[in-house]
Design a protein around this ligand. Structure first.
Ligand SMILES: [Zn+2]
Length: 246
């Protein structure tokens, strides 16, 4: 074994032991569509609690949007894609196949990200619509595919053995539309911390007293504060790989 590799493994192992002892779990908050100004505003809150999140961007990537994405990335957040026209990948429109879906809905976004040094390893399915075929096709381009919780609507706690190089991440919605109750959410965070597992959520815009499918700033702060009290890591999807060592 090369010396540097040995050192990495050793450091990784030490990290693992520490992490296991603390058993603090991880919170993966993701935000879909696009709310550049408000997302940038919310960054002060993320910084306050040492939190990184993921933003899944929809639509044509205008120069303004690219600048915002770069700012969010420099703040330590992960940037993912969410399609050009918010078209469902399952079922596909008319005679489309996944090749066309990639060309029309993903490639234009991916190309611009590469050109601008935006590191992308995740995609959030529009309307959380997916199937095995779409997963297999999209794993050619992404490591993490964010979807919903499916019919069961049960939150998923990802333990070390569940985390893979490439995987679908089932997230629960946060917002009035999803009937989110901060007490219930805090209990889920507690369970993730106690069991040293990762839990995933999705929301959209972030602003005070937000309704519908959006994240009220007040609720976000309460969750971030609680995660900090629990000593949970709040990570973007690009950081999931750091948990894979465990
Ligand atoms: Zn969306």
């Amino acid at each position: 074994m090369k010396k540097s590799l040995f050192l990495c493994v050793l450091l990784g192992a030490l990290f693992l032991v520490g992490a296991e002892k603390e058993g603090r779990g991880a919170l993966c908050l993701t935000f879909d569509d696009y709310a550049g100004t408000n997302w940038l505003k919310a960054d002060a809150l993320f910084k306050k609690y040492n939190a990184h999140v993921t933003f899944f961007i929809v639509g044509k990537l205008t120069p303004d949007k690219v600048e915002t994405m770069k700012k969010l990335q420099s703040a330590g957040h992960s940037i993912g894609l969410h399609s050009v026209h918010h078209r469902n990948a399952s079922p596909l429109p008319g005679k489309w196949d996944m090749k066309k879906y990639f060309e029309q809905e993903i490639k234009p976004q991916l190309d611009l990200c590469r050109k601008n040094g935006i590191e992308v390893c995740g995609f959030a399915y529009p309307n959380n619509r997916r199937n095995e075929v779409t997963d297999q096709e999209l794993f050619k381009h992404f490591d993490y595919l964010r979807a919903g919780l499916g019919k069961a609507r049960k939150n998923i706690f990802y333990g070390a053995k569940d985390l893979k190089d490439k995987m679908v991440l089932g997230g629960g919605g946060i917002g009035a539309y999803y009937k989110s109750d901060v007490k219930v959410l805090k209990n889920l965070l507690k369970k993730a911390a106690d069991t040293n597992t990762m839990i995933v959520f999705f929301s959209h815009n972030i602003y005070p007293k937000a309704k519908h499918v959006h994240m009220p700033t007040e609720m976000l702060e309460e969750l971030l504060k609680y995660a900090a009290e629990l000593n949970m890591r709040v990570i973007g999807i690009n950081e999931i790989k750091t948990l894979l060592l465990r």
